[in-house]
Design a protein around this ligand. Structure first.
Ligand code: WQD
Length: 335
């Protein structure tokens, strides 16, 4: 049985649907700090299965009950705070939540004989002075407590593997997950004003925001706007299933980038979204955002080699699926 932490979050919920579609048995846990309980109803209507779920925080000792109640054989650990800007304002909350949750989980994995662990890492672990495309063996280091919490989490896991070699870990470094399940029934539903580009653009398209602020038009990039590696959230979900299969078959740990392997600028994404939605997206170029970098995209050579897997969905598909979710749910799950 697979334990999914952060199961009702954006990436967690899409991975949950993919796992159920592939016949896996899953138990999800979440504290709803950045997700909506309505996701559970959507998963049930999407999969025709009653999701097995417990509301709790991974840092809570009650997590033990889940390990005692279900035959957990693998863990996919999504639960973490992940807003870069917020982490600069609240470093203690970020380190406490992201690190203590992991430590609690690992102690239970050891005491209950779990041998497969998939860790939700991030492109923010790569030091910003690295050249693009980022390769897995490049220098680590971050500009934010969030990014450092991911670097430290990877280190905790590597040390844990040394002490408890039965556990094998897939360190999955996500680039920029966007889009939604093709049904439009689950999707990205950020609280308040979206930090990330795609949800902000889709809220402009649906009339919830007046215009997009483009953070900098003078970056050394193809059109002066920031370049990122956007990956469809369903490609990301499929990547998790492939990583789980790799751990089960090879019984070896891996560290791989989950991205498309190419960059897309803010303005390129904006115009793709205008085509997909048929809506004009007004924008204003404003000052750069603190902590941003010009370009960030993945070298996916090692991912392709080790997992024998590639992303399938295009930027246009990402925009079409994001728009279907947003237009069917103008106020996210609340609507
Ligand atoms: C993308 C581009 C912005 C918003 C974040 C997290 C990172 C990871 C992925 C978790 C940049 C520009 C954005 C806006 C804009 N998440 N932008 N106007 O910063 O690459 O990475 O998501 O692991 O930790 O930091 O993503 O979507 O915020 O920005 O111009 O309103 O869009 O400058 O170039 P980012 P993003």
């Amino acid at each position: 049985m697979i334990l999914l932490t952060g199961a009702t979050g954006y990436i967690g919920s899409h991975t949950w649907v993919e796992l159920l579609a592939r016949g896996y048995k899953v138990v999800g846990v979440d504290n709803f700090s950045n997700s909506n309980p309505l996701v559970l109803k959507r998963i049930k209507s999407l999969t025709q299965m009653e999701p097995i779920f417990h509301e709790l925080d991974v840092g809570n000792p009650n997590l033990l009950d889940v390990f005692e109640k279900y035959p957990i054989t693998a863990v996919i650990h999504f639960a973490a705070l992940k807003a870069v800007g917020e982490s600069v304002q609240k470093p203690v909350e970020y380190y406490q939540n992201n690190l203590l949750g992991l430590l609690n989980l690992l102690k239970l994995c050891r005491s209950h004989g779990v041998h497969q662990f998939v860790f939700s890492s991030s492109a923010t672990v790569y030091h910003p002075e690295n050249p693009v495309p980022y390769q897995e063996n490049m220098r680590l280091g971050s500009g934010s407590p969030y990014g450092w919490s991911k670097v430290m989490s990877e280190q905790i896991l590597r040390d844990f593997e040394m002490a408890y070699p039965a556990l094998k870990v897939a360190y999955l470094r996500y680039f920029n997950p966007v889009g939604a399940h093709e049904s439009g029934m689950i999707g990205e539903d950020p609280r308040g004003i979206p930090n990330n580009l795609m949800p902000y653009i889709s809220q402009v398209a649906v009339g919830k925001r007046d215009y997009l602020s483009v953070y900098g038009g003078d970056w050394p990039t193809i059109d002066g706007t920031g370049v990122r590696d956007y990956i469809h959230v369903m490609d990301l979900a499929e990547g998790h299933v492939v990583a789980l299969q790799y751990l089960a078959e090879k019984q070896q740990s891996i560290t791989v980038n989950l991205g498309v392997g190419q960059g897309t600028s803010v303005l390129q994404l904006l115009s793709a979204f205008e085509i997909a939605s048929g809506r004009k997206i007004p924008y204003r170029v404003v000052d750069r955002r603190a902590g941003d970098i010009a370009e960030c995209y993945a070298d996916v050579t090692l991912t392709h080699q080790l997992l024998n897997w590639k992303t399938k969905r295009s930027i246009d598909q990402m925009c079409l699926d994001a728009w279907r979710w947003q237009s069917k749910n103008p106020n996210g799950y609340e609507s």
